[in-house]
Design a binder for this molecule. Structure first.
Ligand code: SAH
Length: 206
């Protein structure tokens, strides 16, 4: 996977490459899909969600440029595969998932694999995680129609965020860097992610 898909497409950061070698991707998909775990495409993880294609995980991680002292916020825990990659590279990872089961399974997997620097939360990640803000890095693995304002607020000065923006089936991945309080935007490449679902507030009727 690393030698055929990730390095030839231009991922160069040695720390990212080593991490992609080290994290056992087959443990993040269900047993019947294990033979496809290292193939060049996303895979279903239940609840109509997917684990991203390996190259996308590596590229997003490289653009985030994580330093080992960094505190990282991840939105969209899913299987926990990307979470494990982040946890290898950062000091602390805070990860939010809206689907209870996925969060619970991911937490159990990461616990079994020995990661001790991850905190899990079930909820709407577009609101961020105020108790632990600000973050050095933010990775969003579901597509938003626009940049969630609370996420930009919770990003540190000189911090980086990688986020897919756009409509279903037509999105671009962006690298955002906070500079004097404002986000500098750099479009990276076209991509397809599941949508970032905002929690709708209950409509009260009388
Ligand atoms: N990074 C994951 C793949 C994530 S797929 C992995 O490596 O497996 C995107 C995930 O984002 C899905 O699990 C979906 O349930 C979750 N998601 C969608 N909207 C969300 C929101 N508002 N807050 C938190 N998680 C959300």
């Amino acid at each position: 996977m690393v030698e055929n898909q990730i390095i030839p497409r231009g991922v160069k950061d040695q720390r990212v490459i080593t991490t992609m070698f080290n994290v056992p991707r087959h443990l993040f998909v269900e047993p019947t899909l294990r033979h496809q775990a290292y193939d060049d495409h996303p895979l279903p993880i239940g609840s109509e969600q997917t684990i991203s294609q390996p190259y996308i995980v590596a590229a997003m991680t490289e653009y985030l440029d994580i330093k080992k002292e960094n505190k990282v916020l991840e939105i969209g825990t899913g299987s926990g595969y990307q979470t494990a990659i982040l946890a290898e590279l950062a000091n602390m990872v805070y990860t939010i998932e809206r689907i209870d089961n996925l969060s619970r399974d991911a937490a159990q997997r990461l616990q079994q694999l020995g990661y001790r620097n991850v905190r899990f939360k079930v909820g709407d990640g577009s609101l961020g995680w105020k108790d632990f803000a600000p973050f050095d890095r933010i990775m969003v693995t579901a597509a938003a129609e626009e940049i969630p304002s609370l996420l930009s607020e919770q990003l540190m000065e000189n911090g980086r965020m990688v986020i897919p923006i756009g409509k279903p089936f037509s999105q671009k991945l962006y690298l955002l860097i906070k500079n004097r309080g404002r986000l500098k935007q750099r479009p990276l490449f076209d991509c397809i992610f599941v949508p970032l679902v905002r929690n709708k507030s209950l409509k009260l009727t009388d």
